[in-house]
Write a protein that binds this ligand. Structure first.
Ligand SMILES: [Zn+2]
Length: 275
């Protein structure tokens, strides 16, 4: 090949190797997921230190050598500093990075997932957005992108749209809503009530234009119910337990009846998620 490959990529994982090197796992729009080694990237005065730090958006200059990429040069474009300065935001971002890595195979182009990952980091950087809501919107949007969206518009048993204001249930086993008919509930087996606010939030997250996926707000009880649903749904679909989810859950304060919650971000095209 000729000159170096220039590519903008997100650093989703960095593994220390040897005395001062890093192996990077990167995500780029065209190239998808790939690895590159960054020689000397852990030396204090290396210009690669910050550019190859996890959760950085970086312009890389890469050489192919012996079947793998080697970082020739790198310049950080965005550091997402607010994410790294806050334990809750950082944990949510690290969980998102792990989930993305599980959903993208080496070498498969993943422009939509790349853009979602970037938008997630931007949303997690915003002080006016609750990271615990952002990470759930990310999770369910990602499930949609990889073909695991739950069925929300029609009952998973009879196939009919449930009446607009009827109380529906959610079946994890059948990946979608179950209408109130006794026969459907019987056939569906295990299911649980799906609050209308959670259903509206899920519809928004799965069908909104990508630039407004995170532009919504919900009541605190809806956010908690969405968190429970998303956590279980993602782990069921991915057939994996995500350790950072337990950490995120640990950041939840016990549900309190207090009404003094900080105001939610209501800017942007907020859907009637709590209607
Ligand atoms: Zn039905």
């Amino acid at each position: 090949m000729g000159g170096p490959l220039r590519v903008r990529a997100l650093v989703l994982r960095e593994t220390p190797v040897g005395e001062a090197d890093r192996i990077l796992t990167l995500l780029a729009a065209e190239q998808g997921r790939f690895s590159a080694s960054a020689r000397g990237a852990r030396r204090q005065n290396s210009r690669l230190v910050s550019a190859t730090e996890i959760l950085s958006l970086t312009d890389f200059s890469l050489f192919a050598r012996g079947g793998r990429f080697v970082v020739d040069d790198a310049e950080r474009v965005e550091a997402f500093a607010p994410v790294k300065a806050d334990l809750v935001r950082l944990t949510c971002a690290a969980h998102a990075a792990e989930l993305v890595l599980d959903c993208v195979r080496e070498g498969d182009p993943a422009p939509e997932i790349y853009r979602l990952a970037l938008r997630t980091l931007h949303a997690l950087s915003r002080p006016d957005r609750d990271p615990k809501l952002t990470v759930r919107a990310f999770e369910m949007r990602l499930m949609g992108l990889i073909g695991f969206a739950p069925c929300l518009e029609a009952c998973v048993v009879c196939g009919e749209p449930p009446p607009a204001d009827a109380p529906v249930r959610f079946s994890y086993g059948r990946c979608g809503v179950v209408c109130p008919k006794d026969a459907c509930r019987r056939v569906a087996g295990a299911s649980e009530p799906l609050p209308a606010g959670v259903l509206a939030a899920l519809r928004h997250v799965l069908s909104a234009p990508e630039e407004s996926v995170f532009s919504f707000s919900v009541d605190e009880d809806v956010r908690r119910a969405l968190a429970r649903l998303s956590e279980r749904y993602v782990q069921d679909r991915m057939e994996k337990e995500y350790g950072k989810l337990a950490l995120i859950a640990a950041f939840e304060e016990p549900a309190a009846p207090a009404k003094g919650a900080p105001p939610q971000d209501a800017s942007g095209p907020a859907p009637a998620a709590d209607a």
